[in-house]
Design a protein around this ligand. Structure first.
Ligand code: CTP
Ligand code: ZN
Length: 151
């Protein structure tokens, strides 16, 4: 890191979510409910990246998520990488993976579904991960990558 200039300051302890495509950065913020946190958060958008063109980055000081919390973001940002920071050093890198069941963060594509008409949380079985296909637990309709809508 000696000769590198960081576009956003380094953090001492916490989690850095890196390599988020710029176009979905704020979806990731919303999926993780970051507005509910009162710890230090730095967000950088449209930073240059060789791999993604433009990338977003989220740095969460003092926050260490459970895997299943963070894995939800794989729905919109499968390229995201998690870096766990302890005493300024990256001590662990993780890739995100789509969970087998998705609760609450995606809207069912079927307008007649009970989840679109009553106070019922959505729930899906993930039937395909490479090209995302989510089967609604209630109406069995498939919500896929093209029509996925994050609540
Ligand atoms: N980082 C940070 N605070 C630290 C250490 C690292 O915010 N104390 C950030 C870096 O800015 C970078 C990410 O954590 O965005 C990963 O750091 P590092 O592994 O050093 O960077 P790269 O080698 O570029 O990682 P990758 O190959 O995943 O791009
Ligand atoms: Zn449904």
């Amino acid at each position: 890191m000696k000769d590198k200039q960081l576009s956003v300051s380094a953090i001492r302890e916490g989690t850095v979510i890196d390599h988020i495509p710029a176009s979905v950065l704020f979806k990731v913020v919303s999926i993780l409910n970051l507005d509910k946190l009162d710890t230090m958060i730095t967000i950088g958008n449209s930073l240059g990246s060789k791999k993604l063109g433009k990338k977003g980055i989220i740095k969460l000081s003092e926050v260490f998520f459970q895997d299943n919390d963070i894995n939800k973001i794989a729905l919109v940002a499968p390229s995201a990488k998690l870096n766990i920071i302890r005493n300024y050093e990256v001590v662990e890198k993780r890739v995100v993976a789509i969970p087998d069941v998705i609760v609450d963060i995606v809207k069912c594509v079927n307008p007649k579904c009970i989840t679109n008409n009553e106070e019922v949380s959505t729930k899906f079985d993930v039937v395909s991960k490479s090209e995302v296909k989510l089967k609604c637990h209630y109406c069995e309709k498939i919500t896929n990558q093209d029509n996925i809508e994050i609540i």
